[in-house]
Design a protein around this ligand. Structure first.
Ligand SMILES: Cc1ncc(COP(=O)(O)O)c(C=O)c1O
Length: 370
């Protein structure tokens, strides 16, 4: 059997007719940037998240970058986040001119350890970016409490958490601003790059609208210095269609995750994801741990199963971020997990038989190594 890590071709086939119609509608309308589709999608997605405003931008990275700039983060400011994240969380902070300050993660959730935040706050700290990694929200209440105490802006990195819940509230509605990616493989993915910042703050939303469009409020009248980062009409039209299926797809992901749990729970050597009592996980990624991870990954690959590691090199050990001055061993939870984590294939289209085959092969490996 051959099991790829994802299958976007199959994913498209599920909604082909609706998507093709939407693309045709945009092509025929002859309006491709900042139009009706984008506005409708901003409205629909922000409502889905339970917030008032959405500003469509070019990618998740740009959503984070612009959110930081909109929040007033400037050169020399410090922004607290985690070393176990996709590198764009950090790129956005750097490109806003700020310094990323890292705190280690919680070993059960792989998200920011709220207990470690207060100790790294200085008078330069302006914002905190908790990352809702793998589809589960960070433990937001204690993070927000610290942020309120020191008057810091909270920006959710919700790029992996479309539809996830924290204490019944949607990811995106928890911080002052929240950033989403619509990279094709996300739970809600475009057919190209795309992103959005959502917020309840009208002033921030207005500033973001200018920032993404050369700083202009009115054409050719540039109120502030801005960029070009816009979600185009084609992607917005596609995303409007896919948004209608998001809850159903997330439910299927949860069911598939349930099958993994049922089949793999009996092996103590395989550490399974933990869904916290505060959370509704949407399983963007299904991440297990095993102490012989590299051997397991090779074994699965030799049996036709594609797996990935999210992420093999923590931020502070990346060549590009040596200037932050962190040392090896500084974030022991992140480093320990980077050596043992393995993301198994999980997407709405994967067959249950595929999951059974993966579990069988993992069982074979575990028995071999016992
Ligand atoms: C946690 C996280 N933050 C930020 C991003 C950046 O999103 P994009 O690839 O759309 O720029 C991603 C996506 O890869 C991500 O997973």
């Amino acid at each position: 059997m051959k099991i790829p890590f994802g299958n976007l071709k199959m994913h498209y086939q599920q909604v082909k007719n609706e998507i093709d119609d939407a693309i045709w509608r945009v092509l025929s309308a002859g309006w491709y940037i900042l139009g009706e589709e984008g506005e409708a999608f901003e409205d629909e997605f922000s409502r889905y998240c339970g917030v008032s405003y959405g500003v469509g931008v070019g990618s998740g990275t740009e959503a984070l970058h612009l959110a930081l700039v909109a929040a007033g983060v400037k050169t020399g400011d410090e922004v607290i986040t985690v070393p176990n994240t996709a590198i764009p969380t950090i790129s956005a902070i750097s490109f806003a001119g700020a310094v990323p300050v890292l705190v280690d993660i919680d070993p059960d959730t792989y998200t920011m350890d709220p207990g470690k935040v207060e100790a790294v706050i200085t008078n330069k700290t302006k914002a905190i970016i908790p990352v809702h990694l793998y589809g589960q929200c960070a433990d937001m209440n204690p993070i927000i409490n610290v942020a309120r105490k020191y008057k810091l802006t909270v920006i959710e990195d919700a790029c992996q958490a479309h539809g996830a819940l924290y204490k019944g509230q949607r990811a995106g509605s928890l911080g002052d601003l929240a950033c989403f990616s619509f990279y094709p493989s996300k739970n809600l993915g475009a057919f190209g790059d795309g992103g959005m910042v959502v917020t309840n703050n009208k002033e921030l939303a207005n500033r973001l609208r200018m920032l993404r469009n050369y700083g202009q409020e009115k054409r050719y009248h540039h109120k502030i210095k801005g960029f070009n980062s816009r979600l185009d009409e084609m992607q917005a039209a596609i995303l409007r269609i896919k948004l209608k299926h998001l809850n159903a797809w997330n439910r299927i992901r949860t069911e598939k995750a349930g099958l993994y749990f049922k089949l793999l729970n009996e092996f103590p050597d395989v550490i399974m994801p933990i869904e916290m009592s505060y959370a509704k996980h949407v399983y963007h990624l299904f991440v297990i741990r095993h102490k012989k991870r590299n051997e397991l990954q090779n074994f699965l690959m030799n049996n036709g199963i594609e797996t990935l590691i999210h992420y093999p090199v923590p931020v502070h050990l990346q060549e590009s971020y040596q200037d932050l001055g962190y040392k090896c061993d500084e974030f022991s939870i992140t480093e320990g997990s980077a050596e043992t984590i393995l993301s198994l294939p999980l997407y709405p289209e994967i067959e249950d038989d595929g999951i059974r085959y993966i579990a069988e092969k993992i069982k074979e490996f575990v028995t071999l190594k016992a």
